[in-house]
Write a protein of this length. Structure first.
Ligand code: H2B
Length: 102
């Protein structure tokens, strides 16, 4: 199983995920809100991210309202943030950039 990152390791990893990702207050998790052009792009992002998530057997907590997608990443089996969350966050950043989000 992936190792839960220490607070220091989490902070260091977050620096590589800028802009956008931050610690979730009161919980060992990281979060980012993506805002797209419209629902079509938001759902396109979710579709592509879902394929990455399923392939790696690591799944996001997320919520979509129209063109906004709120994502929280944590490794439930480990009770915190692991390299799996950092990898999924990086993949989501890359997908969002391809869709024109900074
Ligand atoms: N996703 C996330 N975010 N955390 C997990 O601990 C997790 C998961 N565990 N997806 C996986 C599925 C596990 O339940 C299966 C059995 O591999």
């Amino acid at each position: 199983m992936a190792e839960r990152l220490s607070a220091e390791a989490r902070k260091a990893a977050l620096l590589e995920l800028l802009p956008g990702w931050a610690e979730t207050p009161g919980r060992e998790a990281i979060a980012r809100t993506f805002v797209f052009k419209d629902f079509n792009e938001a759902f396109g992002f979710m579709t592509r991210a879902a394929l990455v998530a399923e392939k790696s057997d690591h799944h996001p907590e997320w919520r979509n309202v129209y063109k906004t997608v709120e994502v929280v990443l944590a490794t439930h089996d480990a009770g915190g943030v692991t390299a799996l969350d950092i990898a999924l966050a990086k993949a989501m950043n890359a997908i969002s950039r391809q869709l024109g989000v900074a």
